[in-house]
Every structure is written in C-alpha cells, then in structure tokens.
Design a protein around this ligand. Structure first.
Ligand code: HEM
Length: 753
C-alpha cells in the first residue's frame, strides 16, 4: 500500500517499528579497542543488519500462517535478526570526533551525550550506577550494543558465536552479554510477576494500517492509536508538526534505552498479600478479593492482559482478545476507583483519564499523550520464579526484565515517563492525597488507594531495581555505511575547514614577500587532500589559496596516508643539494607512525611524483627515544631561539594523554642519526599563559616574517574553528602571551570554503 511506505524501508533498522518479536534475544555490549578495526567491523556488519522491510515482510507472513493454523506458531518460518546501536562515545570512536559538539541543555541529545549513568533517573541505593553490570561509567565503557534475536535457542547461539568471533577479530571487547527469552509454558508472553506484557504498543502512521471506520486507530487493534512516525524515527513527521533538533545524520535513526531491571518476584507477591489485608481491614475491597485482584490493580491489567478498566471483578483468561485488548480508557474513572492512579498502566500511559486537578475535564488524549509514547521491545531474563525450587527457579535467582525502548527524544519520552510519571509520588498532581509512585515498578512509597469517600494508604517497597542501563543511537543503514568509513555525512564539509598540518614549501619561503605552504585536510569525500596557499609578509598577512585541493593518494610520497597528523622539517636537512626532508606523522589502523619524505626544490611547480619521495618508510613512534609514552603527536612547536644551537634543535611536542592534551620538551641533534632526547617531561597546557582556554591545539604555524624580531616570535595557534596569535620571547622561560585573541577560522580565506 502506497501510504504504508515505512513498511518498505531498507534504511530503518528492523527492530524499531516492525519489531523482531522473537522468543530468544541476546544483547552484546561492546567496547572498541582499535578504531580502524572497529570501522572495518561496522562495514562487515552492515549487510547483516535486518531492515524494516525484511522484518515487516516476515512478521506479516508469520501472522498469516498463524491465523491459518488457529494460533499455532508456524514451525518452518524462522529467522534470526541483527540490529546495532552506538553510544555517543562509540560514535566518537568511529568518527574520531565529537558527533554532537553543541547540544541544547535539557534536550534529548544532551541526555544521549551524557549517557544513562549521569542522568538522575531515580537510580539510587540498590539501583545506583556503581552497582550496574554495564553502562556504569566506572567499568568498561560501552561503545555499541548488538541485538541478536531468533526463534530458537540453537539459531540464536550460533549467531551469537559468529558475532563474538567477528568482534574478537576486530579487537572489540564484549563488556557484557545479556540473554533474554520468552518465559516457558503458560508464562509465555508474560513478565516475571506473571502479567501479559507487550500488549499496548503505539501504532505508527505510515507503517500500521488505519481502521477504515476509525482512522486514528490501527485496523484490527481497537484502541491502539496511530502516532506520527517522527515520535519514534528521527526525520519524520512528529505530533503537532514539531521538528527534530537532531543533526541530519540522525535521520531514519532512533534513540534506544536498554535497562536491565531486576524483579523481586517473591517480595512483590508477599507485599501484595500484606497490603490486601490492610484494604480488607479498611473494608474498601470486596471480601472475596485475592492477591491476584490487588496485583491486577497495581498493573492495570489482569494476568491474561484483560484490562481492569473493562473487567474490574475478575480475570477473563478465556477472553480471546486478552493479550490484545487495548480498547479502553479511564475517562469514566478519573479518581482511579477502578484502575488506581498508581497502577503501572496509568503511570505509563494515562490515556484519556488525566486531569490537571480533580473536577477538571480530562486532557485531550491527542496530542498530549501522543508525545509521550515509546516503543517497547524488551524480554524477560532469568528463570521464572518457582517457590518450590532451590535451583534455577528459586527465590534468589536473578530475574527481571531486559527493558528496551525506542523513541526520537530521550527526555520527552522515556525519561519523562520514568521521572514525571513512574517515580513521582505526585502524579497525577493536585490531589489531596498524593497517588504515590508506580505501584509495580516505582520506588518505595505510600500509595493512596481511592474508593468512594475514602482513601486508604498502602505501603510499598521497591521490587524493581536497575542493574544496568545504556542510552544508544540506532543509526539508519545509510549512516551505518558512512560510519564504516569513519564519517557522519557524505555532504561536503561545512565552509570552515581546519587544517591537519602545514608544510612550508622549502624553496618558497619569503620569496617576493610571500611564503608558500601545503596545507593538509580532509576533502569532501573524506579523503586526505593537500592545497597550496600563500601568506604575504606585512601586517595583514593576506592569505591566498593558490591551488585547489589535490588528493594525497596521487602522490607516491603519501602512499597509504589517510590523514596527516603532524609534519616536522628535519632541522639540518633543509635545502641541502636542492632537497629538504620532513618527518611526516600519520595514523594507520589506529596507530600513529612516521615516515621521512624528501621534497626537491621546485616541487610546487614541477611534477610532484618526481620531486617528492619516501626516504624512510613508516616506522613506529618507539624509534623516538624522547617520545616514550606518546601514542600520537598532535602538533610541534619549534622553540624559536633553540634551533640548531650547538648542533641541537628543540621542540615542544603536543600530544594527548587520556583525552587531555599535554606537552613535553624534546631536542633533536643534527647529524645522520638525529639523536633525540627528552629534555623535560609532560606538563599541562595550563602552564602556557597564551593558550588559556584552549583544551586542544590542532596546529601551530610560525608567522613567516615575525620570527625572532626583537627577540620575539609569533605563531598562529589553530584550535577547533578558531585561531589566535601568540608571541614567544627568546631566552630562558620563553615568556608567552596572546597578541591577537581568538577569531573565527573563516578569516582565513585560503583555508575555508
Ligand atoms: C520490571 C519492570 C517492568 C515490568 C515488569 C513491566 C510490566 C508491564 C506490564 C505487565 C504491562 C501491561 C501490558 C501492556 O500493556 O503492554 C506494561 C505496560 C507498559 N509499560 Fe511496563 N513494565 C516495566 C517497566 C516499565 C518501564 C521502566 C517503563 C517506561 C519507563 C514501562 C512502560 C510501559 C508502558 C508505556 C506500558 C503500556 C501502557 C499502556 O499503553 O497502557 N514499563 N508494563
């Protein structure tokens, strides 16, 4: 059908709106150890990712076969599905840069960037992040979550084994593995407390067929509202026509919440029995009410899924609709006499029964509630509780719900439900007696059981604890392919393009009042390029782009170089017999190496193939004694008055240790061996007055006509999208100072655009 276009999407991952709906599921929480290999892994994974079209087609065939066999699962229709998501740290690893450099405070993107452990989600005491099994921010960081789902344990295990092997080959650490599965026998489809789960899911416009008679609802699913797809998939229409705040690369992706929620099943049922007595003593419940009766009110549905709202007295397990019964509301029960206000259902979707204060007309369900919907895709983990068992089903067994949900805004959807509705004792607000937190999954607290003319207070402990939590982004297949190349976009870079490094063209320094450079950067297609620019002497230092970008791959001296990290002219090998030599630092498979290249005079005007060559092939940084402990050099700054003094040249070497840039002082001796020496160990950038406010210097460039003039040398300092000019004085202490404050990089016409 034309208006159900989302069913055909090969770009949206399959679990999001189509839903894997498999009996067996495993989540692998992954950490990348080697960025380049992780990208290769992403490339290999991409063709295995199940898309919405594949999953939707399979699910439709499955339902059809099931109907034809009066409800039995078709045994021959089987599938194993895979999806993947990345945390903000994971996207940073793959792309080598912050994917969200600025996020609005309070936005869903900020929540994603901070990660679940840093959000105040009521995860305290036994739920505190320090105790989590994954995502705690203390143990191993999680970069990606791989979801594997299958119809059978055998197929699942085979696929998980295969994925683990692929991870091992890519140096990816499995930080944690969480298995989950539908419970056996009569518990099938139920969560551990014993209630049918996954009944009320939002319908999605463009995916689910509307009911011809009631087009706001899903055909054949009375009561299931159709919600605009943008609530669950970024870049699509949202409720009220609002637009997403997310960058373009997020389109067709979604945000995923994964929470391992431990359930204390015996504790829950014993408390229910105890609180039932309180209600009976208060004579506010029928004398025949059982624990089942009260538990159903904590949930809002009976075990079978039958809503308390439509069937208040007893479960109707024979109700053919039970597990699919969503056609009800609370408009006639604003006080919660039938379905209590603290029931899990009213705390997670108040439907048409929410008033600002008692006596007010309830809110219009659309659009207030439509903005708070989530798509749930969790499954239980651990063996079901069996009071008679001392083994796997015993009371101490770890069990609970592997909660997974998708939404386009973490703050407005999942976090809102969790904080403002589940955990808040004052929801719905403005009641003389606070309703209390969610009676099934909320924190410990006092619940107000309302009956006509009377409020009875119940005391509930906490039966659900958070045992792990991660926020991740589920990329579109398009983005996944780009991530395999370390990119977020295939659009040409913005008009600001910082450079990676500069090479002063040896025979073209201060010729006719101009100095020429090769500036290295990343081209529109993500490959390393070099452009030629010139800088004029004089106050203005007018810069001109002399030649368009040329891909490095065309020059033999750059063979295999993906990105130039830094370049250092060999101090005593400049313009010797018409050739100059440079050490070129670049990164291969996540490891920085260096090579020595030589450039002949006249190279800029002649064919570079002949005028530039590799003198020494790539070598590990360990060949530099003075680089001990350096993983990757960011930039060099020559000490202006210490170049070739007593046969030695001195440099400040800027590099990054544990996400913090530091610098050290090294010297390089003239001579064939270029013996290097560590003169002073690492120090923080805060010791430089002129670098105040900079956390990371991209590159220094000596102002060509301002070197050692009256004992002072000037340098341009490039950092992010800005640059400043600093001055360094000759002499002991090398006093430094800012002479021109930060300006936007766009002032450099030769570098931008
Ligand atoms: C161990 C923890 C949890 C258990 C055992 C649990 C169990 C259930 C059950 C039995 C239902 C009724 C079946 C259905 O309508 O699908 C339900 C519904 C629901 N739950 Fe949970 N749940 C848990 C945690 C959460 C959390 C943390 C959230 C969100 C923050 C949540 C959101 C929802 C929503 C939105 C519904 C559907 C409400 C409706 O539309 O009527 N649940 N849950």
């Amino acid at each position: 059908m034309d208006d159900l276009k989302l069913r055909d999407s090969d770009d949206i991952q399959g679990d999001v709106i189509a839903g894997f709906k498999k009996d067996q599921m495993t989540l692998l929480f992954l950490k990348f150890e080697d960025e380049a290999r992780a990208r290769t892994w992403v490339k290999g994974l991409e063709p295995q990712i199940s898309t919405t079209r594949q999953v939707a087609t399979f699910n439709a065939a499955f339902s059809k076969a099931r109907k034809a066999s009066a409800g039995d699962d078709p045994k021959t229709l089987k599938a194993t599905w895979i999806n993947v998501s990345f945390t903000c740290a994971g996207l940073r690893e793959l792309t080598g840069k912050d994917p969200l450099p600025s996020v609005r405070p309070g936005s869903g993107l900020e929540a994603f960037k901070q990660g679940s452990a840093k959000r105040a989600l009521g995860d305290t005491g036994d739920s505190s992040p320090e105790m989590w099994l994954f995502g705690n921010g203390k143990g191993q960081v999680v970069h990606a979550v791989l979801t594997v789902a299958s119809d059978t344990v055998q197929d699942l295990q085979a696929m998980v084994r295969q994925q683990r092997e692929a991870c091992a080959a890519a140096k990816i650490v499995i930080v944690f593995q969480q298995d989950a599965a539908t419970l056996p026998g009569s518990r099938r489809g139920k969560e551990h407390f014993g209630f049918k789960d996954g009944v009320s899911e939002p319908g999605v416009i463009g995916f689910d067929e509307p009911d011809p008679g009631k087009p706001e609802y899903v055909k054949g699913h009375h009561g299931t509202r159709l919600i605009p797809p943008g609530e669950f998939v970024v870049g699509h229409d949202r409720v009220g026509g609002e637009s997403h705040e997310t960058p373009d690369w997020a389109d067709n992706g979604t945000f995923q919440v994964v929470r391992r929620l431990g359930q204390d099943v015996p504790g829950f049922w014993s408390q229910v029995a105890g609180q039932l007595k309180v209600l009976k003593e208060a004579k506010v419940v029928p004398p025949e009410a059982t624990s089942e009766w009260l538990a159903a009110r904590l949930v809002g549905r009976w075990r079978s899924g039958t809503p308390v709202a439509t069937c208040p007295n007893a479960d109707r397990p024979s109700n053919a609709l039970a597990g699919d019964d969503n056609d009800f509301g609370y408009r006639n029960d604003p006080e919660g006499f039938i379905t209590p206000l603290f029931s899990h259902l009213r705390c997670t979707n108040p439907r048409d029964g929410l008033q600002e204060k008692p006596g007010d007309p309830p809110f219009n369900e659309n659009p207030v509630m439509d903005r708070r919907r989530i798509i749930r895709r969790g499954a239980p983990y651990g063996a079901p509780f069996d009071p008679a068992s001392e083994g796997p089903g015993g009371p101490d067994e770890k069990r609970g719900l592997l909660f997974v949900c998708y939404q386009s805004d973490l703050v407005q959807q999942f976090e809102f439900i969790q904080k403002a509705w589940i955990d808040s004792p004052d929801f719905p607000p403005n009641r003389p007696n606070k309703p209390g937190p969610d009676g099934m999954v909320g924190a410990a607290g006092t619940l107000s059981y309302e009956s006509p003319g009377k409020t009875t207070q119940l005391s509930m402990s906490q039966f659900v604890v958070t045992e792990g939590s991660v926020y991740a982004f589920v990329p579109s297949l398009t983005l996944l392919r780009l991530l395999g190349d370390g990119r977020l976009t295939d659009k040409p870079p913005a008009d600001v393009r910082p450079t990676d490094a500069f090479l002063p063209i040896p025979d073209m320094q201060r010729i006719n009042g101009k100095s020429w450079y090769w500036a290295y950067g990343t081209g529109a297609d993500g490959d390393a390029v070099c452009r030629t620019l010139s800088i004029a002497d004089g106050d203005e230092h007018t810069d001109v782009r002399e030649r368009p970008d040329r891909p490095l791959s065309t020059w033999p001296c750059y063979a295999g170089v993906k990105k130039v990290d830094a370049i250092l002219p060999v101090p005593d090998e400049q313009r010797i017999n018409g050739r100059s030599r440079f050490w070129l630092f670049h990164t291969i498979e996540g490891r920085q190496v260096y090579r020595k290249i030589s450039i002949a005079d006249g190279a800029e005007s002649g064919p570079l193939e002949r005028s530039a060559a590799i003198d020494l092939p790539d070598r590990s940084l360990s060949a530099w004694v003075s680089f001990n402990g350096i993983e990757s050099v960011d930039a060099f700054l020559p000490v202006p008055d210490m170049q070739r003094v007593d046969g030695k040249s001195w440099y400040w070497v800027f590099h990054t240790v544990m996400d913090r840039q530091v610098y050290r002082l090294v010297s390089v001796a003239d001579g064939r061996m270029h013996q290097d020496n560590l003169e002073r160990g690492d120090r923080g950038l805060d010791l430089w007055r002129s670098l105040a406010g900079i956390t990371w210097v991209d590159e220094f460039l000596a102002v060509p006509d301002m070197q050692r003039i009256n004992g002072m040398s000037l340098f341009w300092v490039f950092h992010q999208d800005t640059y400043r000019i600093i001055v360094i004085r000759d002499g002991h202490g090398h006093e430094d100072q800012v002479t021109v404050e930060d300006r936007p990089l766009t002032m450099w016409r030769s570098l931008t655009g």
